[in-house]
Design a protein around this ligand. Structure first.
Ligand code: G3H
Ligand code: ZN
Length: 288
């Protein structure tokens, strides 16, 4: 079917209390893996492109691939801009056919974040496209970062629930990505969700909540997060890890291999398995 927006998809998830996986679309094989698995699992799915992915693959190329593949399946697929830190990037994605946007002004002072987020929302809503925005700061693991130190650091930048409610009210965003304990890029699931904080935000505002950096969260914590109000769950690192691990294994077994398809095809298959597993944990399998 044609691409859908994330609005109805996440409202349904909120009502029925499950999470929709938002998987980063970094190349053709990963896009295929997400859409094929969504169809097999009868699950709604969000494919999201970061500014880095857009620069790598080309904006129109991403839109074209996702659109063509989504049209061939019967489950709802949305195309979302992930961490759009620029107002103009949001305009370009809207014009190119994205069905969901994100303005990430989390590094800006509150007032500045509100000001630009509001502008993005006004523009996107004029075209019936929903907008996600971020509050608090969801950090990123560096290669040499210690999990213990990272967890301490994360406590300093979590979103204040009252500020979060004010942010939603002032900006009229559709979904809120609040910093609630996760860190981007964790290679093991050591992060701890601040469940009371999620519940408080949920109590003060009714927009669906987004969990970033979910590669770093174990299944039990993810389920608790969903019960507390998380509806969209962003996963990138786990897919990258398993995808590249497979490629490395094949090269090790056959160093003479020169056919990229022999590397990327099996990597696509293992990506499908992790996506399938995540969809089942998030509870969105069978919800399309
Ligand atoms: O916006 C993207 C996500 O938050 C992905 O985070 O790479 O830690 O899974 P992750
Ligand atoms: Zn993120």
């Amino acid at each position: 079917m044609s691409l859908v927006t994330t609005k109805e998809m996440l409202k349904k998830a909120q009502k029925e209390r499950y999470g929709v996986g938002a998987f980063n679309a970094n190349n053709m094989e990963i896009i295929q893996a997400i859409i094929e698995t969504a169809e097999e699992e009868k699950a709604p799915a969000i494919l999201q492109a970061s500014q880095g992915a857009i620069e790598y693959a080309g904006l129109d190329n991403i839109v074209a691939m996702v659109k063509v593949m989504a049209e061939k399946v019967s489950v709802p697929i949305a195309l979302h801009l992930d961490h759009g830190t620029d107002y103009y990037q949001n305009i370009k994605c809207l014009r190119a056919g994205f069905t969901s946007l994100m303005f990430d002004g989390s590094k800006l002072p509150f007032e500045e974040n509100v000001k630009i987020t509001k502008k993005v929302v006004e523009m996107a809503h004029a075209c019936d496209i929903p907008v996600e925005a971020e509050l608090g700061q969801i950090g990123k693991m560096g290669d040499s970062d210690e999990p213990g130190v990272a967890l301490e650091k994360v406590k300093e930048t979590m979103a204040d629930p009252y500020e979060a409610a004010k942010f939603v009210e002032l900006t009229k965003i559709d979904f809120l990505a609040a910093a609630v304990g996760t860190i981007h890029g964790c290679r093991t699931p050591f992060a701890k969700l601040d469940i009371p904080r999620i519940e408080k935000i949920r109590e003060l505002t009714d927009v669906p909540l987004v969990l970033h950096g979910a590669s770093g969260v174990n299944d039990e914590e993810v389920r608790k997060g969903i019960s507390a109000g998380i509806c969209k769950i962003n996963i990138d690192t786990r897919i990258r890890m398993i995808f590249t691990k497979k490629i490395r294994e094949i090269i090790k077994m056959n160093p003479q291999e020169i056919d990229p398809r022999k590397l990327l095809g099996p990597a696509r298959e293992v990506a499908k398995e992790i996506i399938r597993e995540r969809m089942r944990v998030f509870g969105c399998s069978g919800k399309a």
